[in-house]
Design a protein around this ligand. Structure first.
Ligand SMILES: Cc1cc2nc3c(=O)[nH]c(=O)nc-3n(C[C@H](O)[C@H](O)[C@H](O)COP(=O)(O)OP(=O)(O)OC[C@H]3O[C@@H](n4cnc5c(N)ncnc54)[C@H](O)[C@@H]3O)c2cc1C
Length: 414
């Protein structure tokens, strides 16, 4: 649908990811949805085998050396499989961005390269029981003890809490400092002291190993601070970079889900008859499908624009705004799209005879995670005001483009 917005290389990745997604056995999706799968490790290994995990990482670590737009085009195709597999597929891109951007050469060899080869599974452990939106309120601590850091705390809702081999964990390493200068990112192996305390029973995203992790006196070697000694207390810088992979993969992933839902509804509406004719002949149905397509196309265009901004890497504030817009817009629209597609199917859409109800359960989560959509809106308005008020004289004086512009006395603000 959006071939004209992607260049030849990006289309190549899209096509490879499409072929890969087509080859995934639907029996896996069914058993994941029945919560029979702890973690889809073989799926991640097969994505690694197809060399699709490291689209935007350097070739020396097994990546493709491409950009965010290529990566997003790939994630969008895998998104057809639903949230859990899209998330498992995206996690190497998310955690890998931190390692690629801040890790030491040894960390890149040990963690990034092995993740991209499918040898080890990564997870990101940021959210705590006390809250996910307030990153700087983290209470997990890592205290120095000779050449190690002793990690204590809990992280909640961690995809791969069951199944992952290592975790990117944020912890306070300087309790006296302002949190912006007292948190570090650590690469924590699943070793002694790391336990999985609770496996969540979820509305959607089943089979992704989402769990609460407890770290109790976990000894983390000093060299596992992301970036080595110079990475100490640099967690806020890492976190700020991570907004791009987290939000962009969320935004791209839901495009596939929305597309899947529209296809199911459109085909159903072409076959199902009521009052002697195909239901798609009713305006109430066909307009719904038209609205879904418009929303999906608009979301896709915004996701690609945001990915291009991240690739251009010239204006961090603008990129942050666009990425947040893409995440918020694409996930909100997808929720509406899947909901409307369910309506097109009538009662049978509410059953498990068609995959719509699973897609609906899956589509709910992306409006909450990787920064809730309320937090996205806060970022968007903050960045817009910063831009607007930072350039008050930029462009045309629109205020005079009205016949009453001279009535200054009527312009009351307080
Ligand atoms: C199934 C699942 C999988 C997840 N996977 C992971 C994972 O792999 N790794 C990980 O680290 N986290 C993960 N998360 C956590 C997810 O990112 C958080 O749930 C999310 O960031 C919200 O945090 P919270 O649940 O603590 O809600 P809170 O932060 O307590 O927020 C509660 C409500 O208050 C609103 N709110 C909070 N602050 C503001 C504000 N400033 N302005 C406006 N509204 C605000 C929120 O939007 C929300 O509606 C996952 C969550 C789920 C449910």
């Amino acid at each position: 649908m959006f071939d004209l917005l992607l260049d030849e290389t990006e289309m190549g990745i899209r096509n490879e990811a499409r072929t890969f997604a087509r080859g995934v056995d639907s029996a896996l999706l069914r058993s994941m949805d029945r919560d029979e799968v702890e973690y889809p490790r073989e799926f991640v290994e097969s994505a690694a085998e197809a060399n699709l995990l490291g689209v935007r990482f350097p070739t020396e670590y097994g990546g493709r050396g491409l950009g965010w737009t290529s990566a997003a085009a790939g994630v969008a195709e895998v998104g057809v499989l639903g949230s859990a597999l899209a998330c498992a597929y995206s996690m190497p891109t998310i955690v890998g961005t931190a390692i690629d951007g801040f890790g030491t050469p040894a960390q890149k060899e040990q963690y990034l390269a092995r993740t991209l080869r499918g040898e080890i599974i990564s997870a990101e452990a940021l959210t705590e029981p006390r809250g996910g939106s307030d990153f700087f309120g983290t209470t997990t601590t890592a205290v120095k003890k000779s050449d190690r850091y002793v990690l204590n705390g809990q992280k909640r809702f961690i995809v791969g809490g069951l199944g992952a081999d290592f975790f990117l964990v944020y912890a306070r390493t300087d309790p006296d400092a302002d949190p912006k200068r007292g948190i570090s990112a650590l690469l924590v192996d699943r070793t002694e002291g790391v336990t999985t305390e609770h496996r969540y029973e979820l509305m959607g995203l089943r089979g992704g190993g989402t769990a609460r992790l407890v770290f109790e006196d976990v000894e983390v070697p000093e060299e596992n601070i992301l970036g080595g000694p110079s990475g100490l207390n640099m967690g806020s810088v890492v976190f700020s970079r991570m907004m791009v992979p987290e939000r962009l993969t969320s935004a791209a992933g839901v495009l596939g889900m929305a597309e899947a839902a529209i296809k199911i509804a459109a085909i159903y509406a072409d076959r199902r008859k009521a009052f002697g004719q195909k239901i798609r002949r009713f305006q109430g149905v066909s307009f719904k499908i038209a609205d879904c397509i418009m929303k999906l196309d608009a979301a896709r265009a915004l996701v690609i624009a945001a990915a291009r901004a991240a690739d251009a890497d010239v204006d961090a504030d603008r990129t942050r705004r666009l990425i947040s817009e893409a995440k918020c817009f694409a996930t909100d629209r997808t929720w509406e799209i899947v909901n409307d597609c369910m309506q097109v199917l009538g009662g049978i859409g509410y059953t498990n005879v068609y995959p719509l109800e699973r897609l609906l359960r899956d589509a709910r989560l992306p409006t909450i995670w990787t920064g809730s959509n309320e937090v996205m809106r806060a970022v968007i308005s903050h960045e817009y005001y910063r831009e607007l008020l930072g350039h008050p004289d930029d462009g045309r004086d629109i205020g005079s483009d009205t016949t009453g512009f001279e009535y200054e006395v009527e312009k009351v603000y307080e």
